[in-house]
Design a protein around this ligand. Structure first.
Ligand code: A2P
Length: 281
């Protein structure tokens, strides 16, 4: 698996196995184990809010492959913001995973002005201070954020000691987030794309289906190639063996500049299209 190099020198595999909605039971463990042992994924993305950290840890242990061959990400949930809460939540995450370090820990969503009119910046900063402490203590190899738009990131950048290594945001052909991606690139922050298939919606878009048919590829492979070609890191979720295999088989074809331009011009082909300032959680 190819890697990107984060702003602190840590290498991260360019595709991650997403686990949002992967069940925290044997079927979930089996799907993750299949992804590791049959398809070769080493980068697994989970979150406290997914409630499946136990299954991620179990699958990694059951694979028999040593921990240091994996890149494991988890995320701090919104109810655990603030310095002390973050410290406790991190310990809980490690307990769930039964691991003694994380490769990447992210603030799942920014505190926002509509929910915390006077304190949102300070809450994000207090949370970040805990992330920095955990990072400096060597308990996490890299720290970052998720669902931060430039106006959430800038106050953090103005005050942080450690620049976030990653921003994980929703990106797919139906929600391209051009401004946020540009901002992160300028600041040396690696963008990860959640829901790179637009929750599956992009796969029935006629334009994407036509390009896939012409190239002898699947619509999912076209979406993932398009994300990779932008220098972004797709986190692709599936519990279906054939799809798990297909989604990592994207390194032996390319999209022409013309096909890329056609996908770039798509505006609405589904996905959640969530804006962090509008969420209720
Ligand atoms: P499943 O897990 O049942 O295989 P996204 O990552 O954009 O949120 O999309 C995830 C959704 O897309 C899941 O419902 C997943 O279904 C489905 N999916 C994942 N890979 C493929 C694929 N290669 N072809 C079709 N659907 C896919």
């Amino acid at each position: 698996m190819q890697t990107y190099t984060l702003n602190n020198g840590v290498k991260i595999p360019v595709i991650g196995f997403g686990t949002w909605e992967t069940p925290n039971d044997t079927s979930g463990v089996d799907a993750i184990l299949y992804a590791i042992t049959q398809a070769g994924y080493t980068h697994i993305d989970t979150a406290a809010a997914y409630r499946n950290e136990e299954s991620v840890g179990k699958a990694i242990r059951e694979s028999g492959i040593s921990r240091d061959k994996f890149f494991v990400t988890s995320k701090l949930w919104n109810t655990k913001r603030g310095y002390d809460n973050t410290m406790r939540a991190f310990d809980r995450t490690l307990q769930n995973l039964q691991m003694d370090y994380l490769d990447l820990y992210l603030i799942h969503w920014p505190a926002i002005e509509t929910q915390f009119p006077d304190t949102w910046k300070q809450i994000n900063l207090d949370t970040w201070r805990a992330m920095e402490k955990l990072y400096k203590d060597g308990r996490i190899r890299a720290i970052g954020v998720s669902n931060f738009m430039p106006h959430h990131l800038q106050p953090l950048l103005d005050a942080c000691e450690v620049v976030p290594a990653v921003n994980q945001i929703e990106v797919h052909p139906g929600y391209q987030q051009v401004e946020a991606v540009k901002f992160c690139k300028e600041k040396g922050i690696q963008v990860e794309a959640w829901s790179p298939l637009g929750r599956g919606d992009a796969l029935t878009d006629q334009t994407i289906m036509d390009i896939a048919a012409r190239l002898g590829r699947t619509p999912a492979q076209v979406c993932l190639r398009w994300v990779l070609d932008k220098g972004l890191l797709p986190l692709v979720k599936s519990v279906t063996p054939s799809r798990i295999l297909q989604n990592i088989d994207v390194f032996n074809f390319s999209l022409s500049p013309e096909d890329t331009a056609v996908i770039d011009a798509l505006t609405d082909c589904g996905g959640m299209c969530l804006h962090p300032d509008k969420v209720k959680f």
